[in-house]
Design a protein around this ligand. Structure first.
Ligand SMILES: *Cc1c(COP(=O)(O)O)cnc(C)c1O
Length: 391
C-alpha cells in the first residue's frame, strides 16, 4: 500500500502559528515545578448555566419532535424570543421571519459571513487587537484584511477617518466589537452613528459582534449597534447566549439586522450546516425570557471581582483602565517588558497565566489581558503574588 504526502490547503497552511502554544508550554513547566497556577488567561465563564435553562433542556430533550433536523433559520419561536428580547433590551424592532437567524454560537456566524459577501480581493476592515476569527474568516473567503488599530490615543476605538480612501472604496465589510474583547472598551451610540454614515458612504456591510453587551458594570448598559439610525440598512449584529448565560458549551447564538445580510448568511449556512438542536433553542427561549432575573446576579459577581482585581493592580503601579463591561482587563506592561516577556514573567515567577496582547494583533503589543472568570479570592491572591515578585 503506497501512501502519499497529505498536504494542507494554502488557506490553513498559511495560518499564523498558534501563539498560545508557547504559553501552554510555560504553564506546563510551572505546574511541573509544583507551582499553583492562577489562570487569568481564559475567556470562558467559570459559573454553571442557570438551573431554569437546564431544566427546560431536560424537558425538551424528551420530546421526539425535537429529534429531527431543525429548520435552517432556527425555530420561529426562538427567533420570536430574540425579537422580543431586542425590543425590550434595546428598543430595536426586528422581524423574526426575515431579520433574525439562529447560529451555532456566534463564532459560527462570524466565521461564515465573509463567505456570503466577500470575493477575492475585497477588503474587510477589522479591529486590531481583536477576536482572531475576523481575519481568519476573511482570508478563508479570499478577502484582504485591513486592520484598524485600537490604540489608547483614540480611546481604543477604530479611527474611521484614518482609513485611507482607496481602502474604504475597496472595502466590502467591516467587523466591529463592542464591548470589546480584549480591551473591554464600549462604543457609544454616537460612534455607531458615525459607523453607519461611513458605511453608507462607502457601501460597507457592518457586522457588529455584540457578545458582551450583557456583561456590564455599574448599571450602565452598553448600546446595540442597531440603535443607531439607519443601522439596519447597513448591517447586522451578532449575539451569543454563551457569555450572557454561561452557555459557552451549548453552542447557540444569533444574528439580527439587515434582511439581505441575514439572507446571505442563511444561504451559506443552509449549504454547510443544519442548524441548532431544537431542545437547545427551547432552553435558549427560557434564557432570553428570564434575562435580567438570571443575569443580574452574574453581573454582580463579575463586578465584585473586577473591584478586587483592578484597584489591586492599579495599587501596584500598573497602568490600566477600569473596564465598563465584558470580563477583560487590559493592562499596559511595565517599562522594559514586551507582551511576551511580561506574560512569561508572570507565569514563571507568580504562577499567573495571562494572555499577551499581541496575540490579538500587532497593535496589542505592550499589553496583557487578564480575565475575571475566576473567584475573587484567587484574584486577590494574584494581586498579592504580583506584589511579592514585582517586575
Ligand atoms: C466569546 C466570543 C464570541 C462567541 O462566542 P460563541 O460562543 O461562539 O457565541 C464572539 N466574539 C467574541 C469577541 C467573543 O469573545
Amino acid at each position: 500500500m503506497g501512501g502519499f504526502p497529505i498536504t494542507y490547503a494554502d488557506r490553513i497552511r498559511t495560518l499564523p502559528p498558534y501563539l498560545f502554544a508557547a504559553i501552554d508550554e510555560m504553564k506546563r513547566k510551572a505546574i511541573d515545578r509544583g507551582m499553583d497556577i492562577i489562570n487569568l488567561g481564559i475567556g470562558d465563564p467559570d459559573l454553571p448555566t442557570p438551573t431554569p435553562i437546564i431544566d427546560r433542556l431536560k424537558q425538551a430533550v424528551d420530546d421526539p419532535k425535537h429529534h429531527q433536523y431543525p429548520s435552517y433559520d432556527g425555530m420561529l419561536s426562538f427567533r420570536t424570543a430574540v425579537a422580543n428580547w431586542y425590543q425590550r433590551r434595546f428598543g430595536v424592532q426586528a422581524d423574526p421571519t426575515s431579520e433574525i437567524v439562529t447560529l451555532i454560537g456566534s463564532k459560527e456566524g462570524i466565521g461564515h459571513v465573509p463567505l456570503a459577501f466577500i470575493n477575492p480581493g475585497d477588503v474587510v476592515l477589522i479591529p486590531s487587537p481583536g477576536y482572531p476569527v475576523y481575519p481568519v474568516a476573511t482570508s478563508f473567503a479570499g478577502g484582504t484584511p485591513y486592520f484598524m488599530p485600537l490604540v489608547k490615543q483614540h480611546g481604543f476605538l477604530p479611527d474611521l477617518e484614518a482609513i485611507p480612501n482607496d481602502v474604504a472604496q475597496n472595502a466590502k465589510l467591516m467587523f466591529l466589537n463592542s464591548p470589546n474583547n480584549p480591551t473591554s472598551v464600549v462604543a457609544d451610540k454616537a460612534f455607531f452613528q458615525r459607523v453607519v454614515n461611513f458605511a453608507r458612504e462607502h457601501h460597507i456591510i457592518v457586522c457588529h459582534d455584540a457578545a458582551y453587551t450583557e456583561i456590564y458594570y455599574d448599571g450602565k448598559r452598553p448600546p446595540s449597534f442597531l440603535e443607531a439610525d439607519g443601522a439596519k440598512e447597513v448591517g447586522i449584529e451578532f449575539h451569543s447566549l454563551s457569555k450572557t448565560f454561561n452557555m459557552t458549551g451549548w453552542r447557540i447564538g444569533f444574528a439580527v439586522g439587515n434582511r439581505d445580510v441575514i439572507g446571505g448568511l442563511g444561504k451559506v449556512k443552509t449549504n454547510i450546516d443544519s442548524g441548532v438542536f431544537q431542545a437547545i433553542q427551547e432552553a435558549g427561549i427560557t434564557a432570553l425570557e428570564s434575562d435580567d432575573q438570571l443575569t443580574d446576579g452574574l453581573r454582580a459577581i463579575y463586578q465584585e471581582r473586577r473591584d478586587v482585581l483592578v484597584p489591586g493592580l492599579q495599587g501596584l503601579g500598573l497602568t490600566l483602565d477600569n473596564p465598563p463591561a465584558a470580563f477583560y482587563v487590559w493592562i499596559e506592561v511595565p517599562k522594559g517588558f514586551t507582551s511576551a516577556s511580561f506574560t512569561a514573567h508572570l507565569i514563571e515567577h507568580a504562577g499567573i497565566v495571562t494572555t499577551p496582547g499581541n496575540g490579538f494583533g500587532e497593535p496589542g503589543e505592550g499589553y496583557i489581558r487578564m480575565t475575571v472568570t475566576t473567584p475573587k479570592e484567587r484574584l486577590s491572591e494574584a494581586v498579592e503574588r504580583i506584589k511579592k515578585v514585582g517586575w
